[in-house]
Design a binder for this molecule. Structure first.
Ligand SMILES: Cc1cc2nc3c(=O)[nH]c(=O)nc-3n(C[C@H](O)[C@H](O)[C@H](O)COP(=O)(O)OP(=O)(O)OC[C@H]3O[C@@H](n4cnc5c(N)ncnc54)[C@H](O)[C@@H]3O)c2cc1C
Length: 157
């Protein structure tokens, strides 16, 4: 539930699908579930997973301290949508995520496997090994500046 005091405090909100700034959130009165966390990472691609890994190493508690919200149906970030002919033999190398190499999960003896299959498999194993709190599919719609914190609106929570 969004608290009225918070909803009426008019501060800048940024919709995620447009660079423009709104003066008030579009769904300020809409009912929902409010969760308080210290840090919200938007997106579980290479950048988001790397950030989550380091947040955990810094001592933030998964779920209560930080969450990762990803709008995709499964792990892999943009790699899920790579074209079928892009294989492990034709990619310009896949950069390792911190703490766990690609080769630990995907054997080097299968160069013809699709990148759109191998990388999501790698990311899924990574999320599991480090028990990263990835919530999906959750699309972030608006981020609002509330002076001493941000309010993140999603299509789910
Ligand atoms: C055509 C092409 C070929 C490439 N080939 C290679 C290659 O061979 N080797 C290589 O190392 N790199 C390659 N790259 C680069 C690589 O794909 C990117 O560097 C990498 O995917 C960037 O990771 P990222 O985490 O920043 O973004 P992404 O991988 O795009 O991940 C972002 C994630 O955030 C989610 N997201 C976005 N908006 C929201 C929102 N509002 N709410 C919730 N979730 C959201 C997305 O669904 C996605 O899961 C290529 C890129 C392109 C475009």
């Amino acid at each position: 539930m969004i608290r009225l005091a918070e909803a009426t405090r008019s501060r800048a909100c940024v919709p995620m699908d447009s660079p423009s700034t709104l003066s008030s959130p579009p769904n300020a009165a809409a009912p929902g579930v409010a969760l308080k966390v210290q840090i919200v990472v938007i997106g579980a691609g290479q950048a988001g997973l790397s950030a989550a890994y380091h947040l955990k190493r810094l001592g933030l508690a998964p779920h209560k301290g930080f969450v990762v919200l990803d709008q995709s149906p499964g792990p892999g970030g943009a790699w899920q949508d790579r074209w079928p002919s892009l294989t492990l033999s034709t990619v310009n190398r896949i950069h390792d995520l911190p703490g766990m190499s690609f080769s630990e999960v995907i054997g080097t003896d299968s160069p013809e496997v699709r990148a759109s299959v191998a990388v999501p498999e790698y990311f899924a194993a990574y999320e599991k090994r480090f028990e990263l709190p990835v919530y999906r599919p959750v699309a972030v719609k608006v981020v609002c500046d509330r002076h001493d914190h941000f309010r993140v609106e999603t299509d789910r929570i």
